[in-house]
Write a protein that binds this ligand. Structure first.
Ligand code: SAM
Ligand code: DTB
Ligand code: SF4
Length: 341
């Protein structure tokens, strides 16, 4: 069967009388040479067309009724030296969060066992570090080994990594490393000043080089424009290999951070971002990540229709609330969807 080619008109900018642009691309083709104009045209398709393309692509690689259930745990909370404007864990802002030191291996494994018992197949551990110290990495490697022994997929997010640190993590059996580009290269400096976009890309290259699967996405609803959401997807989709996992977070506004009270994003723009990620990175897991606590069930359903196929499950993300497990299982049931085995 030949790959379908989509040729449709994208919408003119709202309020403009500009001519519609044609978008022609092979649905489901894995490409790394997307132009920003192509990504923008996809993002701007009439919503029914955008959703149709996203669903077509989704079905080529995945069962659209399945959602992967991941559990998150903050293994080292708060006191982070970085100044990420969205983050409750940055020491630069007064968010009322008390910093704690790295958890004990056994405590973490007890949480992993509980996550498995409640249906998670993936366990992600996050640490509020700029980068890990080598002695901390030894402890994290023991956690990863324990999580793997439970038969769970493992993911960690620990900040910037050197090539040697990435190799050390790979040897412990790590499946995925999460490190988000967060936003477009142009908007990045408005959100974070203590490290650069190039630093982020260097860590992603070190992770890839070590043979670990890459998990990289970003946050929307930070006051960025449409071009920044497009720029973020463009940056991810043009990496030498697509991240195997692409988390799309809606900003969780936290009191005390500079982004508290930024204008809320139109939910439809969130759905467009998810669909654009699905279409441009056809074989990646697209994760509907932070921000679900404030999303309606209907909006989450639209995200699944747009090609999202993973959620974080459990009452807490790293430090902020997430929907309850009963609510999530009820939602999947109402949608006739099911956790990925
Ligand atoms: N310190 C490491 C780092 O930044 O790479 C790992 C932990 S950090 C909390 C992981 C990711 O969580 C960030 O890259 C960001 O995309 C996301 N995140 C943090 N605070 C958030 C918020 N308030 N809303 C949405 N996503 C957030
Ligand atoms: C990602 O992109 N989102 C998750 C995970 N990777 C580590 C983290 C979301 C954190 C939301 C804010 C908090 O709970 O502290
Ligand atoms: Fe630190 Fe990560 Fe939060 Fe940035 S996002 S302040 S690096 S914990």
């Amino acid at each position: 069967m030949s790959t379908p080619v989509a040729t449709f008109a994208s919408r003119p900018a709202p309020g403009s009388m500009g001519a519609v642009k044609a978008v022609a691309h092979q649905l489901g083709a894995v490409r790394h040479d997307w132009t920003r104009a192509e990504v923008k045209a996809i993002y701007g398709l009439p919503l029914p067309e955008l959703m149709f393309q996203a669903q077509t692509v989704h079905r080529m690689a995945f069962d659209p009724a399945e959602v992967q259930i991941s559990t998150l745990l903050s293994i080292k909370t708060g006191g982070c030296p970085e100044d990420c404007g969205y983050c409750p864990q940055s020491a630069h802002y007064e968010t009322g969060l008390s910093a704690s030191k790295l958890m004990e291996v056994e405590e973490v494994l007890a949480e992993a066992r509980a996550a498995k018992a409640s249906g998670a197949t993936r366990f992600c551990m996050g640490a509020a570090w700029r980068s890990p110290k080598d002695r901390d990495l030894d402890v994290v490697c023991a956690m990863i080994e324990g999580v793997k022994d439970l038969g769970l997929e493992s993911c960690v997010t620990l900040g910037m990594l050197s090539p040697a640190q990435a190799i050390r993590l790979k040897k412990s059996g790590l499946d995925y490393y999460n490190h988000n580009v967060d936003t477009s290269p142009e908007f990045y400096g408005k959100i974070i000043t203590t490290r650069t976009y190039a630093d982020r890309l260097d860590t992603l290259a070190n992770v890839r080089e070590a043979g670990i699967n890459v998990c990289s996405g970003g946050i929307v609803g930070m006051g960025e424009g449409e071009d920044d959401r497009v720029g973020m997807i463009h940056a991810l989709a043009n990496l030498p290999s697509h991240p195997e996992s692409v988390p799309i977070n809606m900003l969780v506004q936290v009191e005390g951070t500079p982004l508290k009270n930024v204008k809320k994003l139109d939910p439809i723009d969130f759905v467009r971002t998810v669909a654009t990620a699905r279409i441009t990175m056809p074989r990646s897991m697209v994760r509907l990540s932070a921000g679900r606590e404030e999303m309606s069930d209907e909006m989450q359903a639209m995200c699944f229709l747009a090609g999202a196929n993973s959620i974080f499950y459990g009452e807490k993300l790293l430090t902020t609330p997430n929907p309850g497990q009963d609510h999530d299982l009820g939602l999947l049931d109402r949608l006739g969807m099911r956790p990925m085995p």
